[in-house]
Ligand binder design. Structure first.
Ligand code: ZN
Ligand code: MN
Length: 453
């Protein structure tokens, strides 16, 4: 069993929601950082480029222009689906989703519905499983730029490969959602398929929220989708706001409406955008210009071979095999480069013995606290780290006279400690630390002081 003691969710108590229970799911859009767009050869790197300079007849939806699917984008989506423990559909196809909006030049978006690339996955975080409904591949839309009384359109983003991840409504509060989103971001970055940058819009999230009475068995018949969220903290705020807004409505005996709302980050509230269309309004049908795909088992195997060990697999390995503190393991694995560096420290120094688990634990903590520079080679890191640890030990002899003197100067404090004010010992530790400029382990000082008084 994998149970975190120090890294628990800050989960809300049911009582905090006064007899109601939030039910939250989330849609995540991830822009792939392929060289070219999803169905044409235009550059997919539109960030900071002059508007409408990276377009062609295909991504502008000119009559007669034919889409050619991006192989790499399909492979990367299969990798994402695999990393999220989805079942991979070896046979899938694209569909047209019709709606009218100025940022959609063709009048439809090429996406997947009946046969997405991945279905039914999960992500495990802190021993808890969150379920994925599906992972599918589609194309991004253009961008509308609103100026006072005029709206401009930039089609550079139109046709950039976009992966959509849809979760089941497994979340009960905003903190869980935030942890989950951070995990997805970390996984995608490990895969190297996207920057997944919320501020730049290469990762976008739309939580859907509804609230049920505690004890109610079936899911509520409505949900509210929230858009315009560009940071994890805003996601948390938007969800919290929605939960209390909906509880207020339910308390009055009414039912919240099925609608799409936008998050206003300045005011920290959500605002009605539109009442949601039914799925049938999109007139989905298979994309006639792109034949269906059929992969063999071997082809899928070749693709998913490129999925590296993922952050939470590393956390487990560090905790159970290396004996690293779970909090340190979590922090180290948030960044793939740091995790790889840490693993090199162990490999290059041939630290394999179980007796050395204590050492690995200390090294991990030094990586986290950057007590030794991470720009050193793995070998030099260990040398520097061991020197630091040894200095602490040998310094004990020279530490004693300092402690002795400080104790003599603070007889009154010692009296108080003896009378039961145990907290005062920290004051003495502080004085010693100041004297020796922090060059010792406070634990050792504490032990010495306790021994001496
Ligand atoms: Zn193009
Ligand atoms: Mn989508």
């Amino acid at each position: 069993m994998f149970i975190f003691v120090t890294l628990k969710y800050n989960s809300r108590r049911v009582s905090e929601f006064s007899g109601y229970k939030p039910i939250i799911g989330v849609e995540i859009h991830i822009e792939l950082k392929t060289k070219s767009k999803m169905f044409c050869q235009c550059s997919a790197d539109y960030w900071g480029k002059l508007p409408n300079t990276q377009t062609c007849p295909v991504c502008l939806g000119m009559p007669g222009a034919l889409p050619v699917p991006n192989k790499r984008a399909i492979e990367w989506t299969i990798m994402i689906a695999y990393a999220l423990n989805c079942r991979i559909n070896k046979e899938f196809y694209f569909e047209r989703k019709h709606y009218f909006y100025p940022d959609l030049p063709k009048g439809y978006q090429i996406t997947q519905r009946a046969r997405p690339i991945g279905i039914g996955g999960w992500v495990e975080i802190f021993g808890k499983k969150f379920h994925i409904e599906e992972v599918h591949l589609e194309e991004d839309t253009g961008k509308l730029i609103h100026n006072d009384d005029l709206t401009l359109i930039d089609f550079n983003r139109a046709g950039v490969p976009l992966v959509e991840i849809v979760t089941k409504p497994d979340f009960e509060d905003s903190e869980m959602v935030k942890r989950f989103l951070e995990e997805i971001q970390t996984i995608v970055r490990y895969l190297g398929v996207s920057d997944a940058d919320m501020e730049k819009g290469s990762m976008r999230i739309e939580p859907n929220i509804s609230v049920a009475k505690v004890g109610e068995r079936k899911l509520p018949s409505y949900k509210v989708e929230v858009k315009n969220i560009n940071s994890f903290n805003f996601a948390k705020k938007a969800i919290d706001y929605e939960i209390s807004r909906q509880i207020e409505i339910l308390k009055k005996g009414r039912k919240p409406l099925q609608e799409t709302r936008g998050f206003d980050e300045k005011r920290g509230i959500t605002i009605l955008q539109r009442v949601k269309e039914m799925a049938a309004d999109y007139r989905y049908f298979p994309e006639p210009d792109i034949p269906p795909f059929k992969f063999t088992d071997n082809q899928i195997k070749e693709i998913v071979k490129n999925v590296p060990e993922l952050p939470f697999q590393k956390v487990k390995k560090y905790v159970y095999i290396y004996g690293v503190d779970e909090k340190d393991a979590y922090i180290i694995t948030r960044n793939k480069e740091v995790a790889e560096y840490f693993e090199k420290i162990i490999a290059d120094n041939r630290i394999t013995n179980t007796e050395e688990r204590g050492l690995v634990r200390k090294l991990a903590s030094m990586v986290v606290n950057k007590r030794v520079s991470l720009s050193l080679s793995p070998q030099d890191f260990v040398k520097a780290a061991i020197k630091k640890m040894e200095r602490k030990k040998t310094d004990l002899a020279s530490l004693r006279p300092v402690i002795d003197r400080i104790l003599k100067e603070n007889v009154d404090v010692i009296e108080k400690i003896k009378k039961g004010e145990k907290g005062k010992i920290n004051y003495l530790i502080g004085l010693v630390m100041k004297e020796i400029k922090g060059q010792a382990d406070p634990k050792v000082i504490r032990e010495e002081i306790e021994r001496m008084i």
